[in-house]
Design a protein around this ligand. Structure first.
Ligand code: F6P
Length: 473
């Protein structure tokens, strides 16, 4: 197999540093978790940002760089201003809300766009410095949409793939972006552009027809003398690793202690990065509605909501955090009593082991994003249920919904409907729970992350080599 160069904004490890010490810890988020396995198995390199290393003293930096090299990663350092404009400003302040249809959150700032372009060039330069003839280059996600186009010019014959981990929005939403042509042109520098769902692929193809006036036929676009292939590759998870943890004695002991601590209450669970796209706020409103409508459930149910800190310096995230804090406080103030609170809100990171114990302990898993490219948490929950029990409540706006039809489907904007679905999930007979879970498990086992990565790489490998770009328009 050719050598693989993975390229993503965030490396699978992040450097956490203060004046006294520095640590290299695993990154959170689906991309890092999902690609860790394929990276470890391949002989290639992972090129990306290691997080803020500006506070490190020279000796600390040298040590961190050695650790990163040992992990077969190549750091692309960003200055404080680039973090603010490229990462927080354009990637997470503009593209993220726009691609998730949250239009009122999109501020357009030309300086942030300039920084986005500059940093995309920097990533491309780092790839070019590592590239050897025959390597496969696989670029990931919305932070780096221009990289394939830049690489195509510098390495005309290289095999380049691009995968978008978030939704590609409908054309009328995408064309709000003043730099829509540049973004499309950048992505089309790849030989293969992959999406989680057919819907996202269709939106992308329609945007191309509209903005670039190019034609397309289902899965291929003739562009600048080359043919760009489009494909649907729904990302999976490392099922075996979750199954192994879910049957580990130590994890099972944690499951027992979570259940004992709940003292017979039924457990709802939510596990998300603290992000306004994840629907945490509306989920809490629906829990509140359920407790309001069903006095008998008060004191009998508990929601454990894990919120992993994320993008804390982006204003929208900081204010969203305050809103969630306030809502949790209000619900607990109204429906809690001395010694019991309906919402157990945990704003911190957990290890995969601890999260697996929570998945195993839950009666009902709530995955209710307003919009989500895929949502791997839903799949992690199913993978962890080696006992064959548990109910998944899943938003119809998560990419995972097109694969996990046996979940209880909810519209995350419909508070009343969600409250009713939560009740239905609590009351679902054991036979039905098990039968739905059986089918869900079979499906995620068949389509795990290894198969996802292998099929993208194999498709890329078998594409004909690009001819150098000529003068063809
Ligand atoms: O899946 C979307 C994504 O932005 C990934 O690209 C990223 O790894 C993850 O979410 C976490 O986000 P961040 O790197 O901004 O912490």
């Amino acid at each position: 197999m050719p050598r693989l160069l993975l390229v993503s904004n965030r490396l699978p490890v992040t450097v956490k540093a203060d004046a006294r010490e520095s640590m290299v810890i695993p990154s959170s988020g689906g991309l890092a978790t999902g690609l860790r396995g394929p990276h470890q198995r391949s002989d290639g390199l992972w090129i990306g940002w290691p997080g803020d290393t500006s506070k490190l003293k020279p000796a600390q930096l040298a040590q961190v760089n050695q650790e990163l090299a040992d992990l077969k990663t190549v750091p692309v350092q960003l200055t404080a201003s680039e973090v603010s404009r490229f990462y927080e400003g354009f990637s997470n302040g503009v593209l993220w809300p726009l691609f998730h249809y949250l239009l009122q959150r999109v501020p357009i700032d030309v300086h942030d766009w300039d920084a986005y372009r500059r940093v995309n060039y920097r990533f491309a330069d780092a790839v070019i410095a590592q590239y050897r003839e025959g390597d496969l280059i696989w670029v990931h996600d919305y932070q780096l949409t221009l990289v394939p186009g830049i690489l195509r010019k510098a390495l005309p014959r290289a095999k380049i793939g691009f995968f978008l981990h978030i939704p590609f929005p409908a054309t009328d939403v995408f064309r709000i972006l003043p730099w829509r042509e540049e973004i499309l042109d950048g992505m089309l520098g790849a030989d293969l552009v992959g999406f989680h769902t057919y819907g996202y692929l269709r939106h992308f193809a329609k945007s191309i027809v509209r903005s670039l006036d190019a034609s397309f036929s289902i899965d291929r676009i003739p562009y600048q003398g080359r043919t760009v292939r489009l494909g649907v590759f729904p990302m999976g998870i490392d099922v075996a690793s979750f199954e192994k943890l879910a049957t580990d004695d130590d994890v099972l002991a944690q499951v027992r202690s979570i259940r004992e601590e709940a003292k017979g209450q039924q457990l709802f669970l939510g596990v998300d990065r603290l992000d306004y796209t994840k629907g945490i706020q509306y989920r809490l409103f629906a829990m509140e509605r359920l407790l309001e409508r069903e006095p008998k459930l008060r004191g009998r149910v508990r929601l454990i909501q894990v919120a992993v800190p994320s993008r804390e310096r982006v204003d929208a995230y900081a204010s969203f955090r305050r809103q969630v804090d306030e809502t949790v406080g209000r619900i607990n103030g109204t429906y809690g009593s001395v010694g019991q609170a309906p919402i157990h809100y945990l704003y911190r990171s957990f290890s995969q082991r601890q999260i697996t114990a929570l998945y195993r302990a839950a009666d009902v898993m709530m995955v209710t994003p307003l919009r989500d490219g895929m949502n791997l948490v839903a799949k992690e929950f199913v993978a962890s249920r080696t006992d064959g029990d548990g109910v998944l409540v899943l938003s119809e706006f998560a990419g995972a919904h097109s694969e996990l039809g046996e979940a209880i489907t909810v519209n995350p904007y419909d508070i009343e409907g969600m409250a009713a679905s939560f009740k239905r999930a609590l009351r679902m007979p054991e036979e039905e729970r098990r039968s739905r879970m059986r089918t869900l498990r079979e499906r995620i086992q068949r389509h795990d992350v290894h198969r996802w990565a292998d099929s993208f790489i194999a498709t890329m490998e078998h594409l004909p080599q690009a001819e150098p770009i000529g003068d063809t328009p």
